[in-house]
Design a binder for this molecule. Structure first.
Ligand code: FAD
Length: 557
């Protein structure tokens, strides 16, 4: 592999893992793996006030820019983590996907820019974005550390051993072993997860045939682009994709293609390829894909990988929980793999914190499986649908659009709740609903409603109902003058922040009235991960007791 010129974040840290949590555990959570999802998990856990150590066997964050699409839900989550602006600076607005014979030829639109088309009512305060994984990871590193996480790069977790009170992990760094005890382990150790293997958890699914190859290169593609902007491009003639990488200030290109059988060494049982031959073949594919036969691209890094459609048979084994590629793998079509992992970690972090604080029993962690496994399966199925389709073909009827997949998730309802979201969500798939007409029911995302703010600083960006939500606790959102607002002002419920909305911006009243306050409803109780716990009807006999019971139920589940 060629040396990579994009600096990752080089780290050296010692193994001083922190305080004794009181039960022989030195930390609340050990995160194994410092890829996109592990770093996000460490940041979310630290945001919750949990003591967290992350161990990553490499000495730096990712060198290859794998994931680029940051879905609208991921942007919302990054906003609540406080890193939205940094991600914006590191990337650029999503430009969609075009297709043509080569980059120099005519371009047809394949996938319009994510979030494009300006819907009549905005569904989110943010848009999907394009930001390379190797640029996001250092941002998550900084945020995790700012929030108190300890990040140990160059440190491999070689064994984990669980007992009734915690997990003992053996860590290895530069050949020296040390031990660490944690209440919980979050396995974010990627597709080949050693922790999953140690836990004896099998993968269910199937491989996707072939070996994919990604080459990061620099070349002047202006003669092919001729002023056209390209984010993702499929070059039919070369069976290859081209992706813009970096941003306008530091533009790189990425070629995505597959290894052809004739590239492999003849009579080599292992099907190896000589590095110089691979570089030469990739140069040929870049020339064909760009339609620029004269260019000499400078290839800076090459990554080969095989993919599949797999899900772990379990994503929790006792105190060990699996997130990201350790829990599920899917081909990169649609750009969902890393995003799904970030959403896993966001779903899990507050639950681990609630258990560590003694507010919830470990049974709450069962809901990580019941909520996330159906979504993981959905994302895998949707990725396979997209990968089976060639450009120009209409979407099959069971294909769910990216915005709905991102914002319209429906977690199974709580059987004891008077108003669950489990029965009828959408005719497309019961695991999603249309985010343009949010039901406001338990198990769905708290909808974005734009609010009118008087402060001059607030005018600089959309202020959303999502911005009112406490990322570390439960929030009740209601309208000024509601019965429940008065009741909670008189007698607050511990652990619930009251947010009273005075004025909703023009154009947002519809969603406000259908989801939050109106149509027989006076408030929504919302979890730290922005998922609705309860919708309080206007006629509730004792609304204060109702939200208090709903919070208890959400923690007890
Ligand atoms: C070309 C390409 C394009 C993609 N595009 C997109 C996209 O646009 N959008 C999207 O959402 N996804 C995309 N993906 C998928 C995305 O990159 C992955 O889903 C994502 O990297 C998964 O993150 P992870 O943290 O779960 O795993 P990884 O990124 O694999 O990280 C796992 C980490 O764990 C470490 N580790 C493993 N074992 C141990 C151990 N025992 N001790 C310590 N450390 C350990 C590894 O060194 C590694 O750093 C793309 C993937 C590829 C290859």
């Amino acid at each position: 592999m060629m040396p990579n010129r994009i600096p990752g974040r080089l780290r050296t840290e010692n193994h001083d893992a922190g305080r004794d949590a009181g039960d022989g555990c030195f930390v609340d959570a050990l995160v194994v793996g410092g890829g996109l999802v592990g770093l996000a998990a460490a940041a979310f856990l630290a945001q919750q006030g949990v003591s967290v150590v992350l161990a990553e066997r490499h000495r730096s964050t990712s060198l290859h820019p794998k994931a680029r699409l940051v879905t609208v839900r991921s942007m919302e989550i990054y906003r609540s983590l406080g890193v939205e602006d940094e991600i914006r600076s590191a990337g650029e607005p999503n430009g969609g996907f075009a297709v043509g014979d080569s980059l120099a030829d005519e371009h047809e639109s394949w996938i319009p820019p994510a979030g494009g088309g300006a819907p009549a009512v905005r569904l989110s305060p943010v848009d999907p974005y394009s930001c390379d994984q190797q640029r996001i990871e250092p941002i998550l590193c900084n945020r995790a550390e700012e929030l108190g996480a300890r990040l140990l790069f160059g440190t491999e977790v070689v064994d984990v051993d669980e007992d009734a009170h915690g997990v003992s992990a053996r860590l290895s760094r530069d050949g020296a072993d040390s031990g660490l005890r944690a209440r919980f382990v979050i396995a974010a150790d990627g597709a080949h997860s050693q922790i999953r293997r140690l836990a004896g958890i099998e993968l269910i699914g199937r491989p996707v045939p072939g070996t994919a190859v990604s080459a990061l290169f620099r070349a002047d593609l202006d003669p092919a682009l001729r002023g056209r902007h390209v984010d993702g491009f499929m070059a039919r003639s070369a069976e290859a994709f081209l992706f813009a990488r970096g941003n306008v200030d530091d533009r790189l290109w990425q070629l995505g293609t597959h290894i052809r059988p004739e590239w492999r060494l003849p009579d080599d049982g292992e099907g190896r390829i000589e590095e110089s031959a691979l570089m030469s073949r990739l140069g040929d594919v870049i020339r064909a894909a760009t339609g620029l036969p004269e260019i000499e691209p400078r290839i800076e890094d090459v990554l080969t990988w095989s993919t599949g459609a797999w899900i772990a048979s379990k994503v929790r084994r006792g105190r060990i929980l699996f997130v990201g590629d350790a829990a599920h793998q899917m081909p990169p079509y649609g750009g969902f793999g890393g995003n799904t992992g970030v959403h896993d970690a966001h779903n899990l972090a507050w639950k681990i914190a609630a258990v560590c604080r003694g507010e919830a029993s470990p049974g709450l962690l069962d809901t990580y499986e019941t909520e996330r496994i159906p979504i993981m399966r959905l994302m895998i199925a949707q990725t396979l649908l997209r990968s089976a389709k060639t450009p120009g073909q209409p979407a099959p009827p069971d294909q769910v659009d990216s915005t709905t997949l991102s914002l319209g998730f429906v977690y199974p309802g709580d059987a004891d709740s008077p108003d669950t979201a489990s029965d009828d969500a959408t005719p497309i798939d019961p695991r999603v609903e249309d985010p343009a007409t949010p039901s406001g029911r338990p198990g769905t995302r708290a909808p974005h409603v734009e609010l009118t703010c008087s402060g001059s600083e607030d005018r600089l960006r959309t202020v959303s109902t999502l911005d009112l939500l406490d990322p570390t606790g439960f929030t009740l959102v209601t309208a000024t003058g509601s019965v429940i607002a008065e009741a909670l002002r008189r007698d607050p419920v511990p652990g619930i922040t009251l947010q009273v909305v005075d004025e909703v911006a023009d154009g947002s009243q519809g969603i406000w009235e259908s989801a939050y306050s109106g149509s027989g409803r006076q408030a929504l109780l919302i979890r730290p991960d922005q998922v609705i716990v309860d919708s309080v009807p206007t006629g509730a006999a004792d609304p204060r007791a109702r939200v208090s019971a709903a919070r208890d139920r959400a923690l007890r589940s």
